[in-house]
Design a protein around this ligand. Structure first.
Ligand SMILES: [Zn+2]
Length: 102
């Protein structure tokens, strides 16, 4: 089961597994296309993605040691809800404190 599904970061940090990351990116893009009132510039989009990933419950994380987080697809409905909640929080925050110029 040692699939290359883990996004490695330095040290023993908890990281988000790649399938989850892909879902987050896809959902953020859908979310932005539905919400014209939210700035979708590259800076804000990236900030929303990064924050949403941070907002996800720890069960979507895995460790560098390779405790692979599995069965993303099996938990898909729960995952989708958690991802949407995380995106809402992230978008809220980025809208209040945008880091883009002007
Ligand atoms: Zn922006």
């Amino acid at each position: 089961m040692a699939m290359p599904n883990i996004l490695f970061v330095g040290g023993d940090e908890m990281v988000i597994s790649r399938p989850v990351e892909r879902v987050v990116i896809r959902e953020v893009d859908k979310f932005l296309s539905r919400h014209g009132e939210i700035c979708a510039c590259e800076q804000c989009r990236k900030d929303i993605i990064a924050l949403a990933l941070q907002n996800l419950p720890p069960r979507y994380s895995t460790t560098k040691k390779g405790e692979v987080w599995i069965n993303v697809e099996l938990q898909s409905p729960q995952l989708k809800m958690d991802v949407l909640k995380a995106i809402l929080r992230a978008a809220d925050r980025v809208t209040q404190y945008p880091r883009h110029d002007a």
